[in-house]
Design a binder for this molecule. Structure first.
Ligand code: GDP
Ligand code: IMO
Ligand code: MG
Length: 428
């Protein structure tokens, strides 16, 4: 039996989709525990590339159960678009393959509208959200006015809650934010249709996940976003609205911490981020541009160009601490091939001393100056390497430095988007 977590150690887009798909071969159940369709996870199987947002990345195996946990915010429109997309590619998405928690919060049209209008109202201080309604939906959850999947299943409950919520939201939308009121009947009719389609997939997932672990099955928890987008430990306020760190699994899937056996931190061999916010090792020069082009660093969900920079071990060390990461899966090391010199950040100079943790205050972070170590690069394309031995010596030195600094071993190295472009150094 094992219950292991695969989560992002940086600002998202580390290759969690690829690693989840790869590791899901040895799992029986794959569970998403937070986030929503703000995520964009790419999985490549053979010659086909799949873009997933809300559905767990284990879905491409026909015999695995994929679970959307209670910690996820579910946009039914996005859910069915994704199911239809997968059906169009020949995947039959049945309740045997996909389960949705009756406790998940539902993203409503007013959440998306508010996400958009708040961003406009913030002006130059906007967050750069994906505008999928994520923040407003989580706000309602904690404010206790959210509509859960179990509420959606009950016509009268939905009607009552939608009426109350829409009256308040329309006031905010029109009177505070200058937007256009949304129509009750349109939303109600639409969501009743969604409810009917969703019903066969809806279950108490905590029971299912718990029973699976107890029955000796392997359960993989797939993170969305990354450590620095965590609502508590990320670069607040330029974060998402959920707990992306390992602790999020317990609350977002309804299991206790003693059941978790290992935590795999997915780390890109360099750093990227989408949207606004601080980024100490950002490269706003031709090297950054070179990495973006070579690594094809463009967002899966919004298409925005990702900002690129050197690997920051302060971030990885912090991620290892807050999530109890037991090993790293290092991805996209192939992208760096061809650079003569490669830098790694091993600390920040801050107020006359050197720190190796990520400060809470953005003002403090802005004063941090990265301290770099410089490494010789490797020329050879390593996309064809299939074992650690086949990696160039300088790539091995690079990986060793990650292990030394963070005190966490590298268990997997990925040299391309495909399943077979993966080498396992130690079993998880
Ligand atoms: P996620 O959000 O963490 O699942 O990552 P994304 O799918 O948003 O972005 C990662 C991108 O890198 C995708 O296009 C993947 O297909 C691709 N990818 C994953 N691992 C590797 C790798 O080792 N090398 C290369 N070149 N691409 C990779
Ligand atoms: P995956 O799972 C990268 C970023 C947005 C924005 C901030 C808040 O593919 O790694 P939100 O819409 O969540 O309120 O936006 O978080 N963001 C991501 N960045 N990868 C993601 O997901 C992201 N999901 C949200 O760009 O800066
Ligand atoms: Mg992504």
């Amino acid at each position: 039996m094992s219950a292991f977590i695969v989560l992002g150690a940086q600002w998202g887009d580390e290759g969690k989709g690829k690693m989840t798909d790869y590791l899901a071969e040895g799992a029986d159940v794959v569970v998403r525990f937070q986030g929503g369709n703000n995520a964009g996870h790419t999985v490549v199987v053979g010659d086909k590339e799949y873009k997933l947002h809300l559905i767990p990345s284990g879905i491409l195996y026909k015999n695995k159960l994929n679970v959307i946990g209670n910690g996820v915010v579910v946009d039914p429109e996005a859910l069915f678009k994704e199911i239809d997309y997968l059906q169009g590619l020949g995947e039959n998405i049945t309740p045997e393959r996909l389960m949705i928690s009756d406790r998940s919060q539902v993203i409503m049209p007013y959440h998306k509208e508010l996400d958009n209008l708040y961003e406009i109202a913030r002006g130059k201080n906007d967050i750069g959200t994906t505008k999928k309604g994520i923040g407003p939906c989580y706000t309602d959850k904690f404010e206790r006015s959210g509509i859960r999947v179990c509420d959606l299943m009950k016509k009268d409950v939905l009607k009552e809650k939608l009426k109350t919520n829409l009256t308040i939201k329309n006031d905010i939308i029109t009177k505070v934010l200058g937007g256009k009121a949304l129509d009750f009947d349109t939303i109600y009719t639409q969501y009743l249709e969604y409810a009917d389609r969703m019903r066969p997939f809806v279950k108490d997932i905590s029971v299912k996940v718990y029973d699976s672990i107890k029955a000796g099955k392997n359960v993989l928890f797939e993170g969305a976003q990354g450590t620095l987008l965590d609502i508590d430990y990320g670069s607040y306020p330029f974060v998402t609205s959920s707990n992306t760190i390992a602790g999020g699994v317990c609350v977002g899937a309804g299991i206790g911490p003693t059941m978790i056996t290992s935590v795999v931190g997915v780390a890109k061999a360099y750093t990227t981020r989408v949207g606004k916010g601080p980024f100490p090792t950002e490269l706003e020069d031709e090297t950054g541009e070179w990495i973006r082009e070579k690594g094809f660093e463009f967002g899966v969900t919004t298409g925005r160009a990702r900002r690129c920079g050197w690997l920051d071990l302060v971030i990885l060390k912090s991620a290892a601490r807050v999530s109890g990461i037991t090993s790293f899966a290092v991805t996209k090391i192939d992208t760096l091939a061809g650079l003569k010199k490669i830098k790694i950040c091993v600390g920040y100079k801050f107020e006359g001393s050197i720190i190796d943790y990520f400060p809470a205050s953005l003002e403090d972070l802005a004063m941090c100056v990265p301290i770099y170590e410089e490494f010789d690069g490797w020329d050879l394309s390593i996309a064809d390497a299939r074992s650690y031995e086949e990696l160039p010596e300088n790539a091995k030195i690079y990986l060793k430095r990650i292990e030394e600094f963070t005190g966490v071993k590298v268990s997997i190295v990925s040299v391309g988007p495909k399943r077979d472009q993966t080498m396992v150094l130690t079993e998880i």
